[in-house]
Design a protein around this ligand. Sequence first.
Ligand SMILES: Nc1nc2c(ncn2[C@@H]2O[C@H](COP(=O)(O)OP(=O)(O)OP(=O)(O)O)[C@@H](O)[C@H]2O)c(=O)[nH]1
Ligand SMILES: [Mg+2]
Length: 473
Amino acid sequence: MTTPIIQPEQGYPIAAIATPVGVGALAVVRISGSRVFDIAQKVFRKKNNPDFRFAQSKGFRAHFGTVHDSEGLIDEVVALVFRAPNSFTKEDMVEFSCHGGPVVVKHLLKVLLDSGCRLAEPGEFTRRAFLNGRIDLLQAEAIGEMIHARTESAFRTAVTQMQGSLSKRLDAMRRALLQSCAMLELELDFSEEEVEFQSRTQLQQELVEMQEELRRLVDSYQHGRILKEGVGTVIAGKPNAGKSTLLNALLGEERSIVSHTPGTTRDYIEECFIHDKTLFRLTDTAGLREGGEEIEHEGIRRSYRKISEADLILYLLDISLDEFLDEVQAIRDFLEHYSNACLIVVANKIDLTQESAERLQQLRGATGCDVCAIAAAKGEGLDLLKQLMSIIAQGLNKQQEASVLVTSLRHYEALRNAFDALVNAQELITRQAETELIAFELRSALDYVGEITGKVVNEEIVNLIFERFCIGK
Ligand SMILES: Nc1nc2c(ncn2[C@@H]2O[C@H](COP(=O)(O)OP(=O)(O)OP(=O)(O)O)[C@@H](O)[C@H]2O)c(=O)[nH]1
Ligand SMILES: [Mg+2]
């Protein structure tokens, strides 16, 4: 399943622009690797100090000077020196801050590439930080999540993870498992003598505690995922109910095509919007109805898939239609089939009926649900709807401040596998199974936990993680 440890990189000097493209007050180009001080020396002249040598500079020192190529001056810069191992990558590093024009930065990068660096791959600085033991895999992923965080709370969770809170808990669990494994394996070495180095009662007690801890982490994924990706909110209902109109109104832009022809939306449309510091991933779906032709069928199939994955369903209906009560059964079916999701019944087009109050009352009575009344096309009732959505989101996120959160599918799966292995081990102990079998399950739990922080390294996973970073990070 896993290969033990990737060879540390040779520290080939790499260079990259570390700041976003475009015009800014300043930009940073960073270099890292074994010969970067010699390379920096070739291009940099310190102001009023021709004898300055990077190789002799202390770490964390800033030097003001100029950078040159064969044709002359490129820019005035500040060169910040980091000496291994006290740098982000644990290698020697220099960060050049120059003026923030795109042409200047590219010139600076080019002269460093011409002088012996190669262009860094996406995430290569962070990858080196990981391979050189500066951070674990979980912390490296947290850096990526921090950069891409779209809300304050997603950012905070990533920062906590970067500081190693989850890593510490997993490392403690790994140590405990390692200890038990070692004891069991020792028993195997002395198998003829029938000694028990590891008390089974004590081991079972420890396994129960670990399972509880793993269960808490596994359960936190629902909240962690919502925090990172947003509350998966699907607008569903019959054709022409006004779903696309509602999506556009919530987004504040004409994203989805609106038309009086039923069956306008075919494929689903997904967009994010933030309300009250909460991120919602909003999906407009094809209207649900029987019949229709092939493409519409496929659209409806996709609607149902999206609905089944939703955290929150906005069931939209046209309250101005005389047959509005026909929707009651559909709403009851939704409540039954998608009981994992929260549901808000939204009655649209209240502007088209004089009897909206009575009709809403009837709908509430028949479904047992609260009904939110809106006129999507006019923006009426949307504030209340958004408020309701926020309250539900807060409910979904209520555990987020409580403890460490799992926000990545990779971690979630590894934790579940570790949990299953511990359950197996527990059963084996109860059945008084052979020590070898128990040790095997504990070992696999150990590997799964180690996979998360990168103590046990799977090269494919490492590649996948760092590919998602930008160049220069
Ligand atoms: N009067 C009124 N008309 C509305 C309202 N909301 C939507 N409409 C109209 O209803 C029609 C259908 O709206 P859409 O948003 O395309 O409906 P839909 O649910 O996305 O329909 P499908 O994509 O076919 O499933 C359009 O002509 C809209 O202008 C509303 O609040 N009041
Ligand atoms: Mg539509």
